[in-house]
Design a protein around this ligand. Structure first.
Ligand code: CU
Length: 487
Protein backbone atom coordinates (compact mmCIF):
# COMPACT_ATOMS: atom_id res chain seq x y z
CA UNK A 1 0.00 0.00 0.00
CA UNK A 2 1.34 3.44 -0.83
CA UNK A 3 -0.04 6.92 -1.13
CA UNK A 4 -0.30 8.43 -4.57
CA UNK A 5 2.31 11.08 -3.73
CA UNK A 6 4.71 8.31 -2.68
CA UNK A 7 4.25 6.21 -5.75
CA UNK A 8 7.32 7.27 -7.73
CA UNK A 9 5.64 6.67 -11.07
CA UNK A 10 5.48 9.35 -13.71
CA UNK A 11 2.13 9.25 -15.42
CA UNK A 12 -0.86 11.53 -15.84
CA UNK A 13 -2.44 10.84 -12.47
CA UNK A 14 -3.83 14.39 -12.17
CA UNK A 15 -1.61 15.09 -9.20
CA UNK A 16 0.25 18.35 -8.73
CA UNK A 17 2.45 20.26 -6.32
CA UNK A 18 3.68 18.05 -3.47
CA UNK A 19 2.20 15.01 -5.15
CA UNK A 20 4.67 15.43 -8.04
CA UNK A 21 7.79 15.48 -5.83
CA UNK A 22 8.00 11.69 -5.94
CA UNK A 23 7.95 11.61 -9.74
CA UNK A 24 11.31 13.27 -10.33
CA UNK A 25 14.22 13.15 -7.93
CA UNK A 26 16.88 15.37 -9.55
CA UNK A 27 20.60 14.57 -9.27
CA UNK A 28 21.87 15.59 -5.84
CA UNK A 29 18.39 15.61 -4.29
CA UNK A 30 16.65 12.97 -2.23
CA UNK A 31 13.16 11.91 -1.43
CA UNK A 32 11.80 9.46 1.13
CA UNK A 33 9.08 7.14 -0.15
CA UNK A 34 6.76 5.55 2.41
CA UNK A 35 5.32 2.12 1.54
CA UNK A 36 3.32 0.53 4.36
CA UNK A 37 3.02 -3.23 4.00
CA UNK A 38 -0.53 -3.92 5.02
CA UNK A 39 -2.12 -7.23 5.87
CA UNK A 40 -3.84 -7.30 2.48
CA UNK A 41 -0.41 -7.40 0.84
CA UNK A 42 0.93 -10.28 2.93
CA UNK A 43 1.95 -13.60 1.38
CA UNK A 44 -1.15 -15.81 1.15
CA UNK A 45 -1.18 -19.04 3.20
CA UNK A 46 0.02 -21.13 0.23
CA UNK A 47 2.74 -18.63 -0.71
CA UNK A 48 6.37 -18.90 0.28
CA UNK A 49 7.28 -17.13 3.50
CA UNK A 50 8.69 -14.20 1.55
CA UNK A 51 7.22 -12.97 -1.71
CA UNK A 52 9.59 -11.63 -4.32
CA UNK A 53 8.77 -8.19 -5.73
CA UNK A 54 10.89 -5.49 -7.28
CA UNK A 55 11.27 -1.73 -7.24
CA UNK A 56 12.61 0.34 -10.09
CA UNK A 57 12.89 3.88 -11.39
CA UNK A 58 9.89 5.00 -13.37
CA UNK A 59 10.92 8.14 -15.25
CA UNK A 60 11.20 6.03 -18.41
CA UNK A 61 10.92 2.51 -17.01
CA UNK A 62 12.54 0.56 -19.88
CA UNK A 63 15.44 2.99 -20.13
CA UNK A 64 15.79 3.27 -16.36
CA UNK A 65 15.85 -0.49 -15.90
CA UNK A 66 18.34 -0.99 -18.74
CA UNK A 67 20.46 1.64 -16.98
CA UNK A 68 20.46 -0.62 -13.92
CA UNK A 69 17.92 1.08 -11.67
CA UNK A 70 16.09 -1.98 -10.39
CA UNK A 71 16.25 -4.00 -7.19
CA UNK A 72 14.42 -6.72 -5.24
CA UNK A 73 11.78 -6.07 -2.61
CA UNK A 74 10.79 -8.95 -0.35
CA UNK A 75 7.54 -8.98 1.59
CA UNK A 76 7.61 -11.65 4.30
CA UNK A 77 5.08 -13.18 6.63
CA UNK A 78 5.07 -11.74 10.11
CA UNK A 79 7.89 -13.02 12.33
CA UNK A 80 10.07 -14.24 9.46
CA UNK A 81 12.55 -11.36 9.56
CA UNK A 82 14.96 -10.97 12.47
CA UNK A 83 13.87 -8.04 14.59
CA UNK A 84 17.21 -6.26 14.51
CA UNK A 85 19.29 -7.59 11.62
CA UNK A 86 16.43 -7.87 9.13
CA UNK A 87 17.79 -11.24 7.96
CA UNK A 88 15.44 -14.19 7.48
CA UNK A 89 15.03 -16.59 10.36
CA UNK A 90 13.42 -19.40 8.35
CA UNK A 91 16.17 -20.18 5.84
CA UNK A 92 19.94 -20.47 5.94
CA UNK A 93 20.57 -18.36 2.87
CA UNK A 94 18.76 -16.38 0.21
CA UNK A 95 19.84 -15.24 -3.23
CA UNK A 96 18.29 -12.94 -5.78
CA UNK A 97 18.72 -13.40 -9.53
CA UNK A 98 17.33 -11.18 -12.26
CA UNK A 99 17.08 -12.85 -15.67
CA UNK A 100 16.85 -10.24 -18.38
CA UNK A 101 18.15 -9.30 -21.72
CA UNK A 102 19.79 -6.03 -20.68
CA UNK A 103 19.45 -3.82 -23.72
CA UNK A 104 22.26 -1.28 -23.70
CA UNK A 105 20.67 0.34 -26.76
CA UNK A 106 18.01 1.59 -24.35
CA UNK A 107 20.37 2.81 -21.66
CA UNK A 108 20.47 6.50 -20.80
CA UNK A 109 24.24 6.06 -21.09
CA UNK A 110 24.38 4.72 -24.66
CA UNK A 111 26.03 7.88 -26.03
CA UNK A 112 28.49 7.96 -23.16
CA UNK A 113 29.31 4.30 -23.66
CA UNK A 114 29.91 4.81 -27.37
CA UNK A 115 32.21 7.74 -26.67
CA UNK A 116 34.15 5.87 -23.99
CA UNK A 117 34.35 2.36 -25.39
CA UNK A 118 34.19 2.49 -29.18
CA UNK A 119 37.49 2.89 -30.99
CA UNK A 120 35.90 5.14 -33.61
CA UNK A 121 32.79 6.66 -31.98
CA UNK A 122 31.91 8.81 -34.97
CA UNK A 123 31.56 5.78 -37.23
CA UNK A 124 29.02 4.05 -34.97
CA UNK A 125 25.60 3.65 -36.55
CA UNK A 126 23.17 3.22 -33.67
CA UNK A 127 20.52 1.90 -36.04
CA UNK A 128 22.79 -0.82 -37.42
CA UNK A 129 21.22 -4.22 -36.72
CA UNK A 130 24.48 -5.92 -35.75
CA UNK A 131 25.46 -3.05 -33.45
CA UNK A 132 22.05 -3.19 -31.79
CA UNK A 133 22.21 -6.92 -31.37
CA UNK A 134 25.68 -6.73 -29.86
CA UNK A 135 24.26 -4.45 -27.17
CA UNK A 136 21.70 -6.96 -25.99
CA UNK A 137 23.12 -8.85 -23.04
CA UNK A 138 21.49 -12.13 -21.94
CA UNK A 139 22.44 -11.61 -18.34
CA UNK A 140 22.05 -12.96 -14.83
CA UNK A 141 22.01 -9.94 -12.54
CA UNK A 142 23.73 -8.06 -15.33
CA UNK A 143 26.61 -10.53 -15.64
CA UNK A 144 27.66 -12.43 -18.78
CA UNK A 145 30.21 -15.10 -19.72
CA UNK A 146 29.81 -16.99 -16.46
CA UNK A 147 30.84 -13.90 -14.46
CA UNK A 148 27.72 -14.14 -12.30
CA UNK A 149 29.11 -14.24 -8.72
CA UNK A 150 28.72 -17.87 -7.66
CA UNK A 151 26.55 -18.41 -4.57
CA UNK A 152 28.11 -20.81 -2.04
CA UNK A 153 26.04 -23.12 0.13
CA UNK A 154 26.28 -26.36 2.09
CA UNK A 155 24.49 -29.67 1.73
CA UNK A 156 21.58 -29.64 4.17
CA UNK A 157 21.02 -25.89 4.04
CA UNK A 158 17.69 -24.33 3.18
CA UNK A 159 18.03 -21.73 0.48
CA UNK A 160 15.47 -19.30 -0.82
CA UNK A 161 15.95 -18.20 -4.42
CA UNK A 162 14.22 -14.99 -5.42
CA UNK A 163 13.96 -14.99 -9.19
CA UNK A 164 12.50 -12.43 -11.52
CA UNK A 165 12.43 -11.60 -15.17
CA UNK A 166 12.35 -8.16 -16.74
CA UNK A 167 12.67 -6.76 -20.20
CA UNK A 168 11.08 -7.31 -23.55
CA UNK A 169 9.14 -9.90 -25.52
CA UNK A 170 12.37 -11.85 -25.88
CA UNK A 171 12.55 -12.27 -22.11
CA UNK A 172 10.71 -15.55 -21.89
CA UNK A 173 12.96 -17.70 -19.78
CA UNK A 174 12.97 -21.34 -18.65
CA UNK A 175 15.34 -21.29 -15.73
CA UNK A 176 16.96 -24.62 -14.90
CA UNK A 177 18.95 -25.36 -11.78
CA UNK A 178 21.25 -28.32 -12.33
CA UNK A 179 21.97 -30.70 -9.45
CA UNK A 180 19.14 -29.85 -7.06
CA UNK A 181 15.38 -29.51 -7.15
CA UNK A 182 13.23 -26.95 -5.33
CA UNK A 183 9.67 -26.13 -4.41
CA UNK A 184 7.98 -23.46 -6.50
CA UNK A 185 4.37 -22.49 -5.83
CA UNK A 186 3.88 -25.71 -3.89
CA UNK A 187 5.29 -27.98 -6.60
CA UNK A 188 8.63 -29.76 -6.87
CA UNK A 189 10.55 -28.85 -9.97
CA UNK A 190 13.97 -27.87 -11.24
CA UNK A 191 12.78 -25.56 -14.01
CA UNK A 192 10.68 -22.41 -13.64
CA UNK A 193 9.33 -20.06 -16.26
CA UNK A 194 9.82 -16.34 -16.05
CA UNK A 195 8.25 -13.63 -18.16
CA UNK A 196 8.98 -9.91 -18.03
CA UNK A 197 7.89 -8.56 -14.64
CA UNK A 198 7.29 -12.03 -13.22
CA UNK A 199 8.54 -12.58 -9.68
CA UNK A 200 9.03 -15.96 -8.07
CA UNK A 201 10.20 -17.36 -4.76
CA UNK A 202 11.56 -20.91 -4.78
CA UNK A 203 12.70 -22.90 -1.78
CA UNK A 204 15.57 -25.39 -2.07
CA UNK A 205 16.82 -27.88 0.46
CA UNK A 206 20.33 -28.38 -0.86
CA UNK A 207 21.06 -32.07 -1.35
CA UNK A 208 23.70 -32.46 -3.94
CA UNK A 209 27.33 -31.37 -3.57
CA UNK A 210 29.21 -29.98 -6.52
CA UNK A 211 29.49 -27.02 -8.83
CA UNK A 212 26.20 -26.74 -10.68
CA UNK A 213 24.93 -24.59 -13.49
CA UNK A 214 21.96 -22.24 -13.57
CA UNK A 215 20.85 -21.74 -17.15
CA UNK A 216 18.03 -20.47 -19.25
CA UNK A 217 16.95 -23.42 -21.38
CA UNK A 218 15.57 -21.27 -24.18
CA UNK A 219 17.93 -22.27 -26.98
CA UNK A 220 18.73 -18.78 -28.19
CA UNK A 221 19.41 -17.57 -24.66
CA UNK A 222 21.60 -20.51 -23.71
CA UNK A 223 23.67 -19.86 -26.79
CA UNK A 224 23.18 -16.10 -26.81
CA UNK A 225 24.25 -14.70 -30.11
CA UNK A 226 26.71 -11.90 -29.68
CA UNK A 227 28.36 -11.71 -33.11
CA UNK A 228 31.66 -10.11 -32.20
CA UNK A 229 32.16 -12.52 -29.29
CA UNK A 230 30.67 -15.74 -30.55
CA UNK A 231 33.67 -16.48 -32.70
CA UNK A 232 35.86 -17.22 -29.71
CA UNK A 233 33.53 -17.55 -26.74
CA UNK A 234 30.97 -19.94 -28.12
CA UNK A 235 28.22 -21.02 -25.73
CA UNK A 236 29.83 -19.37 -22.72
CA UNK A 237 28.28 -16.09 -23.89
CA UNK A 238 24.80 -17.29 -22.97
CA UNK A 239 22.52 -16.93 -19.99
CA UNK A 240 24.60 -19.09 -17.67
CA UNK A 241 25.67 -19.02 -14.07
CA UNK A 242 26.92 -21.47 -11.50
CA UNK A 243 26.40 -22.18 -7.81
CA UNK A 244 28.58 -24.16 -5.43
CA UNK A 245 27.44 -26.76 -2.94
CA UNK A 246 29.95 -28.05 -0.42
CA UNK A 247 29.84 -30.77 2.23
CA UNK A 248 30.48 -28.13 4.85
CA UNK A 249 27.80 -28.94 7.39
CA UNK A 250 28.13 -31.80 9.86
CA UNK A 251 25.40 -34.20 10.90
CA UNK A 252 23.77 -34.53 7.48
CA UNK A 253 22.26 -37.98 7.20
CA UNK A 254 20.71 -39.52 4.10
CA UNK A 255 18.53 -42.58 4.82
CA UNK A 256 19.34 -45.75 2.87
CA UNK A 257 17.39 -46.22 -0.36
CA UNK A 258 14.86 -48.96 0.41
CA UNK A 259 13.00 -49.16 -2.88
CA UNK A 260 13.81 -51.36 -5.82
CA UNK A 261 16.45 -50.90 -8.45
CA UNK A 262 14.93 -50.19 -11.84
CA UNK A 263 17.23 -51.01 -14.68
CA UNK A 264 17.02 -49.47 -18.12
CA UNK A 265 19.12 -50.05 -21.19
CA UNK A 266 18.99 -47.23 -23.66
CA UNK A 267 20.79 -47.09 -26.95
CA UNK A 268 21.14 -44.26 -29.38
CA UNK A 269 21.29 -45.08 -33.06
CA UNK A 270 21.13 -42.90 -36.09
CA UNK A 271 18.08 -43.32 -38.29
CA UNK A 272 16.21 -41.44 -40.96
CA UNK A 273 13.27 -39.63 -39.40
CA UNK A 274 10.25 -38.74 -41.49
CA UNK A 275 8.30 -35.78 -40.12
CA UNK A 276 5.28 -36.70 -42.24
CA UNK A 277 5.21 -40.47 -42.70
CA UNK A 278 1.67 -40.52 -44.12
CA UNK A 279 2.77 -38.44 -47.07
CA UNK A 280 0.08 -35.78 -46.86
CA UNK A 281 -1.06 -32.94 -44.63
CA UNK A 282 -3.97 -34.39 -42.66
CA UNK A 283 -5.46 -30.94 -42.03
CA UNK A 284 -5.22 -29.47 -45.51
CA UNK A 285 -5.41 -32.75 -47.39
CA UNK A 286 -2.52 -31.67 -49.58
CA UNK A 287 0.24 -34.10 -50.45
CA UNK A 288 3.53 -33.23 -48.83
CA UNK A 289 5.22 -32.77 -52.17
CA UNK A 290 2.61 -30.14 -53.14
CA UNK A 291 3.91 -26.67 -53.81
CA UNK A 292 3.41 -25.54 -50.24
CA UNK A 293 5.71 -28.19 -48.94
CA UNK A 294 8.09 -28.44 -51.82
CA UNK A 295 10.16 -25.64 -50.45
CA UNK A 296 10.62 -27.45 -47.20
CA UNK A 297 11.54 -30.64 -48.91
CA UNK A 298 13.86 -29.14 -51.41
CA UNK A 299 15.67 -26.74 -49.16
CA UNK A 300 16.81 -29.37 -46.76
CA UNK A 301 15.46 -31.92 -44.52
CA UNK A 302 11.86 -32.80 -44.44
CA UNK A 303 13.57 -36.08 -43.93
CA UNK A 304 16.34 -35.82 -41.45
CA UNK A 305 18.93 -37.97 -39.85
CA UNK A 306 18.50 -38.38 -36.15
CA UNK A 307 19.90 -40.53 -33.43
CA UNK A 308 17.06 -42.39 -31.79
CA UNK A 309 16.82 -44.11 -28.51
CA UNK A 310 15.58 -47.59 -27.88
CA UNK A 311 14.93 -49.14 -24.56
CA UNK A 312 15.28 -52.71 -23.59
CA UNK A 313 14.03 -54.15 -20.38
CA UNK A 314 12.50 -57.41 -19.31
CA UNK A 315 8.73 -57.25 -19.73
CA UNK A 316 8.84 -54.34 -22.13
CA UNK A 317 6.57 -55.06 -25.07
CA UNK A 318 7.46 -52.60 -27.70
CA UNK A 319 7.69 -52.19 -31.40
CA UNK A 320 10.77 -53.01 -33.33
CA UNK A 321 11.87 -51.08 -36.31
CA UNK A 322 12.38 -53.23 -39.30
CA UNK A 323 15.95 -53.82 -40.23
CA UNK A 324 17.40 -52.74 -36.93
CA UNK A 325 19.29 -54.73 -34.41
CA UNK A 326 17.24 -56.52 -31.81
CA UNK A 327 19.38 -55.96 -28.77
CA UNK A 328 20.14 -52.73 -26.94
CA UNK A 329 23.32 -53.85 -25.29
CA UNK A 330 25.50 -56.85 -26.00
CA UNK A 331 28.43 -58.17 -24.00
CA UNK A 332 31.82 -58.67 -25.61
CA UNK A 333 30.89 -62.18 -26.73
CA UNK A 334 27.82 -60.80 -28.51
CA UNK A 335 25.26 -62.09 -26.03
CA UNK A 336 22.35 -59.78 -25.40
CA UNK A 337 22.39 -58.22 -21.93
CA UNK A 338 19.17 -56.31 -22.22
CA UNK A 339 16.49 -58.85 -22.83
CA UNK A 340 16.71 -59.46 -26.55
CA UNK A 341 14.23 -58.98 -29.32
CA UNK A 342 11.10 -59.65 -27.27
CA UNK A 343 12.01 -56.98 -24.81
CA UNK A 344 13.18 -54.18 -26.99
CA UNK A 345 11.19 -51.08 -27.74
CA UNK A 346 12.26 -48.67 -30.39
CA UNK A 347 11.41 -45.12 -29.63
CA UNK A 348 12.03 -42.06 -31.72
CA UNK A 349 11.98 -38.52 -30.34
CA UNK A 350 10.68 -38.31 -26.81
CA UNK A 351 11.10 -41.90 -25.77
CA UNK A 352 11.86 -44.22 -23.98
CA UNK A 353 9.91 -43.59 -20.81
CA UNK A 354 11.83 -43.97 -17.59
CA UNK A 355 9.80 -44.44 -14.41
CA UNK A 356 10.59 -44.79 -10.74
CA UNK A 357 8.94 -44.45 -7.36
CA UNK A 358 10.35 -42.45 -4.50
CA UNK A 359 12.94 -44.64 -2.76
CA UNK A 360 13.91 -46.50 -5.94
CA UNK A 361 17.26 -46.27 -7.66
CA UNK A 362 17.44 -45.94 -11.41
CA UNK A 363 20.25 -47.72 -13.21
CA UNK A 364 20.41 -46.49 -16.76
CA UNK A 365 22.93 -48.07 -19.09
CA UNK A 366 23.39 -45.95 -22.16
CA UNK A 367 24.90 -47.56 -25.24
CA UNK A 368 25.85 -45.05 -27.87
CA UNK A 369 25.52 -46.76 -31.24
CA UNK A 370 25.36 -43.48 -33.09
CA UNK A 371 28.28 -41.69 -34.68
CA UNK A 372 28.73 -38.72 -32.37
CA UNK A 373 29.32 -38.28 -28.64
CA UNK A 374 26.12 -38.32 -26.60
CA UNK A 375 25.11 -38.61 -22.96
CA UNK A 376 22.04 -38.59 -20.72
CA UNK A 377 21.27 -35.86 -18.22
CA UNK A 378 18.15 -36.40 -16.08
CA UNK A 379 15.83 -33.85 -14.53
CA UNK A 380 14.18 -34.41 -11.15
CA UNK A 381 16.44 -37.07 -9.66
CA UNK A 382 19.70 -36.76 -7.78
CA UNK A 383 22.97 -37.73 -9.42
CA UNK A 384 26.55 -37.40 -8.36
CA UNK A 385 29.40 -36.13 -10.47
CA UNK A 386 30.03 -39.64 -11.84
CA UNK A 387 26.53 -39.62 -13.31
CA UNK A 388 26.41 -35.95 -14.19
CA UNK A 389 26.25 -35.58 -17.93
CA UNK A 390 27.03 -31.87 -17.79
CA UNK A 391 30.49 -31.61 -16.26
CA UNK A 392 31.23 -28.11 -17.46
CA UNK A 393 29.86 -25.43 -19.69
CA UNK A 394 32.19 -26.08 -22.61
CA UNK A 395 31.27 -29.75 -22.85
CA UNK A 396 27.54 -29.18 -22.93
CA UNK A 397 25.61 -29.07 -26.14
CA UNK A 398 22.09 -29.69 -24.86
CA UNK A 399 20.50 -27.56 -27.53
CA UNK A 400 22.08 -29.55 -30.33
CA UNK A 401 21.33 -32.86 -28.63
CA UNK A 402 17.65 -32.18 -28.07
CA UNK A 403 17.42 -30.76 -31.59
CA UNK A 404 18.94 -34.01 -32.78
CA UNK A 405 16.14 -35.94 -31.13
CA UNK A 406 17.72 -37.14 -27.92
CA UNK A 407 15.10 -36.30 -25.36
CA UNK A 408 12.65 -38.47 -23.44
CA UNK A 409 10.26 -38.45 -20.47
CA UNK A 410 11.18 -39.46 -16.93
CA UNK A 411 8.45 -40.08 -14.33
CA UNK A 412 9.08 -39.82 -10.60
CA UNK A 413 6.04 -41.34 -8.87
CA UNK A 414 4.80 -41.39 -5.30
CA UNK A 415 5.48 -44.63 -3.49
CA UNK A 416 3.09 -47.45 -4.37
CA UNK A 417 1.80 -45.81 -7.55
CA UNK A 418 3.43 -48.14 -10.07
CA UNK A 419 2.16 -51.62 -10.85
CA UNK A 420 4.63 -54.47 -11.28
CA UNK A 421 4.53 -53.94 -15.05
CA UNK A 422 5.35 -50.25 -14.71
CA UNK A 423 1.87 -48.91 -15.45
CA UNK A 424 0.23 -46.49 -13.01
CA UNK A 425 -2.46 -47.64 -10.61
CA UNK A 426 -5.82 -46.06 -11.40
CA UNK A 427 -4.72 -44.90 -14.83
CA UNK A 428 -5.85 -46.89 -17.85
CA UNK A 429 -3.61 -45.26 -20.43
CA UNK A 430 -0.71 -42.88 -20.42
CA UNK A 431 0.34 -40.59 -23.23
CA UNK A 432 3.34 -38.35 -23.47
CA UNK A 433 3.16 -35.35 -25.75
CA UNK A 434 6.25 -33.41 -26.62
CA UNK A 435 5.50 -29.98 -28.04
CA UNK A 436 8.55 -28.39 -29.53
CA UNK A 437 9.99 -26.74 -32.56
CA UNK A 438 12.63 -29.19 -33.71
CA UNK A 439 15.24 -26.91 -35.11
CA UNK A 440 17.14 -28.88 -37.70
CA UNK A 441 19.48 -25.91 -38.08
CA UNK A 442 20.84 -26.86 -34.68
CA UNK A 443 21.02 -30.58 -35.31
CA UNK A 444 24.40 -32.18 -35.32
CA UNK A 445 23.37 -33.73 -38.62
CA UNK A 446 22.68 -30.49 -40.46
CA UNK A 447 25.66 -30.80 -42.79
CA UNK A 448 24.95 -34.46 -43.43
CA UNK A 449 21.30 -33.70 -44.12
CA UNK A 450 22.27 -30.98 -46.56
CA UNK A 451 24.57 -33.37 -48.37
CA UNK A 452 21.95 -36.10 -48.53
CA UNK A 453 18.72 -34.26 -49.14
CA UNK A 454 19.39 -31.10 -51.08
CA UNK A 455 19.71 -31.07 -54.83
CA UNK A 456 22.79 -28.85 -54.87
CA UNK A 457 24.43 -29.07 -51.46
CA UNK A 458 27.28 -26.74 -52.34
CA UNK A 459 24.81 -23.92 -53.07
CA UNK A 460 23.04 -24.10 -49.73
CA UNK A 461 23.46 -21.00 -47.61
CA UNK A 462 22.94 -22.11 -44.02
CA UNK A 463 22.37 -18.49 -42.95
CA UNK A 464 19.69 -17.86 -45.54
CA UNK A 465 16.52 -16.77 -43.74
CA UNK A 466 14.20 -18.97 -45.79
CA UNK A 467 16.46 -21.98 -45.37
CA UNK A 468 16.64 -21.46 -41.61
CA UNK A 469 12.86 -21.04 -41.40
CA UNK A 470 12.23 -24.17 -43.44
CA UNK A 471 14.25 -26.21 -40.98
CA UNK A 472 12.12 -25.37 -37.99
CA UNK A 473 9.57 -28.14 -37.49
CA UNK A 474 6.67 -27.24 -35.20
CA UNK A 475 6.17 -30.77 -34.08
CA UNK A 476 4.07 -32.69 -31.65
CA UNK A 477 5.33 -36.14 -30.80
CA UNK A 478 2.95 -38.63 -29.33
CA UNK A 479 5.14 -41.05 -27.51
CA UNK A 480 3.72 -44.52 -27.47
CA UNK A 481 2.27 -45.50 -24.13
CA UNK A 482 3.34 -49.11 -24.33
CA UNK A 483 6.75 -49.23 -22.71
CA UNK A 484 6.45 -51.01 -19.42
CA UNK A 485 10.01 -50.39 -18.29
CA UNK A 486 10.29 -52.77 -15.43
CA UNK A 487 13.43 -54.57 -14.43
CU1 CU B 1 16.02 -17.05 -21.38
Amino acid sequence: MFYIFLEGALYPDRTSGRNKDDDNVPPGKNYTYVWPVREEYAPAPADANCLTWVYHSHIDAPKDICSGLIGPLLVCKEGILHKYSGTRTDVDQEFVIMFALVDENQSWYLEENIRHFCTDPDSVDKEDAVFQRSNKMHALNGYLFGNFPEPDMCVGESVSWHLFGMGNEIDIHSIYFYGNTFISRGHRTDVVNLFPATFLTTEMIVENPGKWMITCQVSDHFQAFIPWLMAFLSSAAGMLGQYNVGNCKSGIFHPKMKGQQRRYFIAAEKILWDYGPQGYNKFSGLPLNASGRLQVHSSCCFWCLLPVAKVGSVGCVGFLMEGTSDCVLEDEAGSCLSGGQDHVQWCVLGCPIIKAEVGDTLLVTFANKADKVYSILPHGVIYDKASDAAPNVDAVEPIKDTSSGLVGPLLVCKKGILNADGTQKGIDKEFYLLFTVFDENLSRYLDENIQKFTWRPFSVDKDDKEFVKSNRMHGMKNVFPSCKGKS
